[in-house]
Design a protein around this ligand. Sequence first.
Ligand code: ME8
Length: 661
Amino acid sequence: MGRFYITTPIYYVNDYPHIGHAYCTVCADFFARYHRLKGDETHFLTGTDEHGQKVQKSAAAEGITPQALADRVVERYHALWKQLRISHDDFIRTTQARHEKGVLALLDRLVAAGDVYKASYRGPYCVSCEAFFPENQIVEGKCPDFGHPVTVLEEESYFFRLSRYQEPLLQLYAERPDFVLPQSRMNEVRAFVEGGLKDLSISRTSITWGIPYPGDEKHVLYVWLDALSNYVTALGYGSDDPSKYGTFWPADLHLIGKDILRFHAVYWPAFLMSAGLPLPKHVYGHGWWMKDASKMSKSLGNVVDPRPYLEEFGADALRYFLLREKPIETDGSFSDEAFLDRLNADLANDLGNLASRLTNLLERQAKGAIGPGDGSLKAHAGAAVDRYCAAVERFSPREALEAIWGLISDLNKFLVEREPWAKPGTPEALATLSEAARALRLAALCLEPAMPEAAPRITEALGFERTDFVNARWADRQSGSARKLTGLFPRVDKAEYFARLGKDGAGERGSRGAGDKRGEAREMEDEKKTPEVNAHQAPAAVAPPVPPPAQQAQERISIDEFRRVELRAGKILEAERVPKSNKLVRMVVDFGSERRQIVGGIGKKYAPEQLVGRTCPFVYNLQPAKLMGVESNGMIMAGNLDGEPILLQFIEDVPAGSKIT
Ligand code: ME8
């Protein structure tokens, strides 16, 4: 059994999480889950970067303290990671006492090594990057990395003797060419260091929101020294209990975006060398998600919010898309079209159909019993698992999933060729089904790190015991007992999807900040004051025909959680079709003390005149949503019959407004 320590960047709290943050964290989660399944003692760290000028500025613009801003935004991270099924073992916030203590312990080591001195500094400074840049790198008053405007800043500052580490760093890159991955990024980093390293300013007097410099408190520590240290402070470095540090440091992998490579591949190893601490094994700089070939940015209004996708399609579909769609090392473009294509082709068709067809046939032909099979797929499936493992070990989720999809598509072909449905119950048919079920069991095991909800459902439906990679053999002696599995990944009607979204003006879901040039602090302010009324809530106005996978496999909730949902009987007084929609009906509903307008997607099944006068159950305390421009203040409840919403009725007459408990 090995050990595996993986980290994500700690994210800034001056903005809410978007698909890029979700991406990096999902990749890290994939690796962490894989290593846990492999039996490795695994530690997965993520968190938030809460100090520094950006956060101070955003908070000031809102008229709140930076801590209040951080406390608010961090909740969004917690909620998103829960929704995305992120399985981190720890979440560090740089404002926590444990972190500050560890940072100062690390600084002590740099000082003790003679690597810190005080001097005055004047030069071009980029507020956005929180970094000084050498004069010769400034182009037309803009920073070299992102083209942000720079200002000249003069400061008394503490400096770290980064220049001392030029040679040791070059030696490190020579000895460990996989220290930075992928290779192309290693080359960039090497070239940067070969260009010469200047000493690094590690304190600021221009801001107050940071860790005070010990003994000279008009300085606060440079936010990057503060932030990078999180990887060791979270393990208890510098605390009374550094046992986790002893167990897990050095990290196996710092997974980061290519935007922050220099900080991780140059500054961080230099700090660690100075402190005499071991260096991480790998720093992987992943590529970016773009939107329509541009980098996502608020001013362009193309920042993708992951939540609507999660709400409608569940965690597994989004996780799978992010891991599979683009190679980790390159940039890729996010679009609803690509997302739905993957969902329909790979998940609903290839995987979903295979699982439901196979379990159905097994149930019908063999009462679910999975026998020994004939061994014809054993070597093939084993090779796919090996390819998968090798790809994960080289940090390549896409290739890993491709290996499993190769197996899935071969399994589909295997069934089509052998046609077990044409000769039900024969020994040949039963051997074919058992053989395919054993191979699917291995595929499902490999899919667990990507799809922690759906994959175990497949294993369970096949009736095999859950196992880890160490025991991931053909399981000759284990017998399964299958139960029919349906609705794993319902197909999405793309035309309906785009019609629904397009009419609401968004066209694509999940983008935020469209046309919003008021700056991030204002946007947060707006969000705080008003409940969100977004296109993404559109489907909430009627119970979806088939529950998304996230809901099917959800953990059970407590009675108190259930009680948060207020259900009431409402009498439909008026009903009419929403213009240009074949599905939506606008209703006026009487709840005794008030009348509300509610829009429901029941128009295909029911004519408006069938609805008037009926008393039905409604979700009463749902946030308002706009459906094709019409405000809806609640949700009519419906069952589902072959994908059609079926309204519910009370057996006895109940008064409008009565609570349903
Ligand atoms: O840089 N595509 O935090 P941050 C893919 N606090 N990934 C993206 C992305 C995109 N379009 N946009 C962001 C910071 N990311 C510092 C880090 S670590 C000691 C301190 C991901 O909130 C990517 O992983 O700006 C990137 O490196 C990270 O978010 C930056 O997050």
